[in-house]
Design a protein around this ligand. Structure first.
Ligand code: APR
Ligand code: ZN
Length: 377
């Protein structure tokens, strides 16, 4: 059965999204049909919207979503129909060497790279029959979507759709960068540069890790204040025109020469360079934010080696979605991961481009598209 859905489509990277009615086909073996309940507006979508990341098109946007299972492809257990789920934007193939090592965040066989199903085709089409892709195979800015079964993680009862959606990207990326990729020891001093949904999740992760000092850095005062309510102990208001002052501010707030770990959660060469420059000997910079394609960063070689400093890239917070999403959900229910406090706006799909404007201006914490009937899930 082919059904009509509403979706935010961009023709190609760099142009505004248009809300279109598309045709969605049934799930095939290894696929699941999900009615969407919530989809977060993440900076990675904005990279595509603004043409900083090239992607094929036309493509349905969105990769931070939650929904309810409506149908399953042949061979999957229909008993899961009606389950609330969160979606992983990096559907693991479960067959490549990295998946077998348990490192799904560097899976090399994921359908997500092609923005299609595992067989390379898409279940989405325009009325004229022309195919439409789904961003990272899940294209969550849509009222419903067919997704790879390995992208679907059942959600713990009692977790609201907006929270489940954020667990699908920003929370896993930020919390996991601290707890999994960097494995920050209790008592460490941590600095976090950039307080969007990802950086604020790093703050929550640092609290759970038992960090002694948590220094937060942003240009926006309101973001610094919000981070303070989540457990940040010191704040530095950054002036992009004066990076040296920012570096000195971080060192002073961290004490003891500087922080043990610095998390960069923006993806700008200038702030990545600050994260590296501020490291005292033995300390680690964890790069979480993703730059526009083709950008390079600079640092001086000698002190880096002489001081035994480290730089680590963190993709998706080293998430193994099937294991980590339920863990983060449980911490939310226990009040240890107050994900709901990151949400500063709920909007209908039609206002997506306005939400991108706010995100581009650095004004938003996390904005969430909610779909009609979401609470019924
Ligand atoms: N110095 C300090 N803070 C800055 C600066 C700067 N020069 N420029 C921007 N910021 C702050 C903004 O004020 C904002 O609070 O960085 C934050 C970025 O947040 P978002 O745009 O909401 O980004 P988010 O969705 O959290 O994603 C961050 O992680 O997954 C990647 O692709 C994603 O690269 C992006 C990054
Ligand atoms: Zn994201």
């Amino acid at each position: 059965m082919v059904r009509e859905i509403e979706a935010a489509v961009i023709e190609r990277a760099g142009v505004p999204p248009v809300i279109e009615t598309l045709l969605l086909d049934d799930p095939r073996p290894g696929e699941i049909l999900v009615r969407m309940t919530a989809s977060g507006v993440c900076h990675s979508d904005l990279h595509v919207r603004d043409g900083e990341w090239q992607r094929p098109g036309p493509i349905v946007m969105g990769h931070e979503g939650a929904g309810v299972i409506e149908a399953v492809g042949e061979g999957l257990d229909p008993g899961v129909i009606g389950r609330a789920v969160a979606l992983s934007w990096y559907a693991p193939c479960l067959r490549c060497r990295e998946c077998q090592r348990g490192r799904q965040w560097v899976c090399t066989g994921s359908p997500s790279f092609r923005h299609a199903q595992a067989d390379g085709t898409t279940r989405l089409a325009r009325r004229d029959g022309s195919p439409v892709l789904a961003y990272l195979s899940i294209g969550t800015m849509a009222s419903a979507q067919v997704v790879p079964a390995t992208a679907v993680v059942p959600m713990t009862d009692g977790v609201p759709p907006e929270v489940a959606a954020l667990i699908g990207c920003g929370v896993s990326t930020g919390v996991g960068a601290v707890l999994k990729t960097a494995d920050v020891p209790a008592g460490s001093t941590v600095a976090i540069i950039g307080l969007g949904g990802v950086g604020l999740s790093c703050v929550m992760g640092a609290v759970i890790a038992g960090a002694r000092r948590i220094v937060v850095v942003d240009t926006n005062r309101a973001k610094l204040d919000l981070a303070g309510t989540l457990g940040a102990t010191h704040s530095v208001q950054a002036d992009p025109a004066n990076p040296v002052a920012t570096i000195e501010g971080i060192r002073e707030a961290a004490g003891e020469g500087g922080p043990d770990f610095v998390f960069e959660a923006i993806g700008l060469p200038a702030t990545i360079e600050q994260a590296i420059a501020v490291l005292p000997p033995g300390a680690t910079a964890v790069l979480v934010g993703m730059t526009a394609f083709g950008q390079t960063v600079r640092f001086e070689g000698f002190p880096f080696v002489d001081g035994a400093r480290r730089i680590i890239g963190s993709n998706y917070g080293s998430a193994v979605a099937a294991l980590d999403f339920p863990r983060y959900a449980e911490w939310f229910l226990q009040g240890r991961l107050p994900v709901d406090r990151l949400i500063d706006r709920r909007l209908p799909l039609a206002e997506l481009d306005d939400a991108f404007d706010r995100l581009r201006a650095g004004q938003a914490a996390r904005q969430i598209v909610v779909f009609p009937g979401a609470s019924a899930g």
